[in-house]
Design a protein around this ligand. Sequence first.
Ligand code: UT7
Length: 328
Amino acid sequence: MGISILGMGSYVPEQTLSNDDLQRFVETNDEWIRTRTGIAERHIAGWEPTWYMGRQAALRAVEKAGIDVKEIGLIISTTVTSDFLTPSVASIIQDEIGAENAAAFDINAACTGFVYGLETAKNFLEGNPSMKYVLVVASEALSRFLDWKDRSTCILFGDGAAAAVVERSSKLFSSYLRSDGSGARSLFARSLEKAPEFISDTEFDDGFPEKPLHQLYQDGKAVYKFATAALPEAFMGAAEKVGISKDDIDYFVPHQANLRIIETAAKKLGVSMDKFVVTLDHYGNTSSASIPLALNEAIDKGIIKRGMKIALIGFGAGLTYGGIILEY
Ligand code: UT7
């Protein structure tokens, strides 16, 4: 059994931030950012919480799918930028869209979140014959977790959301999920620190380098090296399971972190860049929302059509990585 995508929707905040705009905060320039990353601009959330962006994307996905929202049995949110430590973003979205028969929870697989979310959806549908639809929502507000004085990270990220309604199907589906936790310290944002005051004899130590709360820290070179190996492995792992080759794939939709990473992965796989969907020039890296934002845009533009075989390949903090191959 596999799953297929019935409908997708997305939402990006109205406000955009160009490479030139970034010069207001950090010493950088358009030329450096474009040549090193391929990014030209990104959207930045203003008043919108993460759950609101997810809600908007979810409503559009439900509308495109043409289903009754009450038939959704599960909502999975894949965010790394939750508004609250608890409740989950998924629970808030569940109420906001009126999905009154749905269970709801968040998963955190960082930028690989949408890939992990689809696999989780598939497993729920497989194990619950009465469950009809699962809604996977990827909504991210990275701008709230960035050090806007650190030019090596703040130029990379953007905000936005995308969602997909999925159902069980006998069409092609394969997945390959992995994690290499030995790289956990090369990309992280701390959410908690300090023991309560009455615990005075020990100093809190989570084993990670000292960095401020809620700020994304990244060892760019380490992540770059990991990513260029992880993306080809993510595809090959999923492809080998179902005995298909790169030539059978109509479009690859990779995590949108850096154009050079995508180009290197394409080269390693021996696939032309024409087969890679690239949207990072106008969205930047939106973590778990990046793959579904790119996929939804390619569908809306008529690039990805029904019946095509697509490969979604991602990597991110964890360090997680994974691939899903399915027929759209
Ligand atoms: O989903 C999360 C996944 N994250 C990623 O995929 C990130 C992976 N890593 C990367 O994409 C790249 O490593 C970066 C884009 C983050 C950095 O590119 P790089 O080619 O590795 O640059 P670098 O760190 O080696 O820096 C080269 C130079 C340095 O100056 P010096 O030491 O050579 O004088 C930096 O200080 O560029 C400087 N630099 C900048 N200059 C202008 C770093 N950031 C900037 C900037 N503008 N924004």
